[in-house]
Write a protein that binds this ligand. Structure first.
Ligand code: HEM
Length: 139
């Protein structure tokens, strides 16, 4: 079955379209730089440690495997469930949107084709939605 004309999601074509490890490293650098500087992202920035270097590497490694490339995260750190890894944070709709906003700006800054930019953001919306929690009462 052909999912889309460029075969994203088939074998490692998405990882290659993202520029492999080098491209993902730049994407993730831009993403956390956005989180660092965008006023609307300060709430989620503060959930992270002061030093973003460890999580930059983890996200690059995760995305490599997630996009069908080398499974660097599981090889280095073991298995991961994205919802479980985020359970200890309070992530509601605003936090999800701030994360996706930083992501969208970072994707737009890459030399990707428009169709891959669109595809990648659409795919990332799925785990971002799963990370969001529902609160029965705020406070
Ligand atoms: C939707 C809003 C999200 C927020 C607010 C958020 C926030 C965070 C925070 C606070 C951490 C811990 C950082 C630290 O230890 O310093 C983290 C780790 C991580 N996040 Fe997210 N995240 C979100 C969505 C996502 C999504 C959608 C993905 C995957 C596509 C992702 C992938 C990761 C990975 C791989 C780690 C490292 C986990 C580990 O090894 O401990 N995050 N995130």
């Amino acid at each position: 079955m052909q999912l889309n004309k460029d075969n994203y999601g088939v074998t490692d074509s998405s990882c290659q379209a993202a520029g492999g490890l080098a491209g993902l490293t730049t994407l993730v650098e831009d993403f956390y730089d956005n989180m660092d500087r965008i006023p609307g992202a300060q709430k989620i920035r503060k959930m992270h440690g002061k030093d973003l270097e460890p999580v930059r590497k983890k996200l690059v490694y995760f995305l490599s495997g997630w996009l069908g490339g080398p499974r660097l995260y599981s090889e280095t750190y073991g298995g991961i469930s994205i919802p479980q890894a985020h359970q200890r944070f309070r992530i509601g709709g605003d936090e999800r949107d701030a994360w996706l906003f930083c992501t969208k700006l970072a994707i737009d800054n890459q030399p990707y084709t428009d169709s891959f930019k669109e595809y990648l953001l659409a795919q990332l919306r799925i785990p971002a939605e799963r990370v969001k929690q529902v609160y029965s009462h705020e406070g």
